[in-house]
Write a new protein. Structure first.
Length: 239
């Protein structure tokens, strides 16, 4: 019995941390959004997991749209829509999704059908808050107020980038990345493409660093810089 319980607990832990930290999602109108691209704007991201047959989800729907509209400058809100009790209530998925969006007048929430139930963890509703500072999930739970406050705190839209980056300077010129003004801490730099794939990882020294990026395609990337005490993500464009 103890062995079975241990296995079940381990399985539940795996489910709890199954939510993607990168990836693109497409709604029923073929509009796509990418997690890293969104975080690269400095906005925090809330992905709300809602069930079409969940009464609490239904009662919260209008207020979520209102909050998303009022805070759209700092936070993006997405909805991974699925079912809670009965899969038949979500069939066909795009019809159920369209009905939900129309019923609650969702104009500021990117809503996509979660057919694979990637965001299923501990029932619905549930909120996942992604931070633009280090591309991690800072909150996962059912408390809306906590999700809202966490997202607003993590967003750095409108903040002085030098304060946010602790005065570390990252810039790109002529296919080279320059990172200087680093402290005595050891930094790890990752170059991440917009699919979430790490295509370069290097250890940086204190002071000035120059890295050749000429082998990479001319497009948008995320630079993730982390030390023991700080981390940030910067969007760059190679041209």
């Amino acid at each position: 019995m103890k062995v079975i319980l241990s296995i079940l607990l381990s399985f539940s832990c795996l489910i709890s941390f199954a939510q993607p930290l990168s990836g693109s999602f497409t709604d029923c109108n073929n509009n796509s959004r990418d997690i890293h691209t969104t975080l690269g704007t400095g906005k925090a991201l809330i992905i709300a997991h809602k069930g079409v047959d969940c009464s609490i989800c239904q009662s919260q729907a209008s207020s979520l749209e209102t909050w998303a509209s009022q805070n759209s400058v700092k936070v993006e809100v997405w909805c991974a829509l699925t079912w809670k009790y009965n899969s038949n209530t979500f069939s066909p998925a795009c019809t159920a999704t369209a009905n939900w969006v129309s019923t609650y007048s969702w104009n500021n929430i990117f809503t996509f059908p979660d057919n694979a139930r990637q965001f299923v963890s501990a029932g619905t509703p549930r909120y996942y808050v992604y931070s633009p500072r280090d591309s991690t999930i800072k909150y996962s739970g059912s408390n809306r107020s906590t999700a809202y406050s966490t997202a607003l705190a993590e967003s750095y839209v409108g903040l002085d980038p030098m304060n946010y980056k602790n005065e570390v300077n990252v810039r790109v010129f002529d296919s080279r990345l320059y990172a200087d003004n680093l402290s005595l801490e050891t930094y790890t730099l990752q170059l991440i493409d917009l699919s979430g794939r790490i295509i370069l990882e290097e250890q940086l020294k204190s002071g000035f660093n120059s890295i050749d990026l000429s082998e990479f395609d001319k497009e948008i990337y995320l630079v993730h810089l982390r030390s023991e005490s700080k981390a940030f993500t910067e969007k760059i464009f190679l041209n």
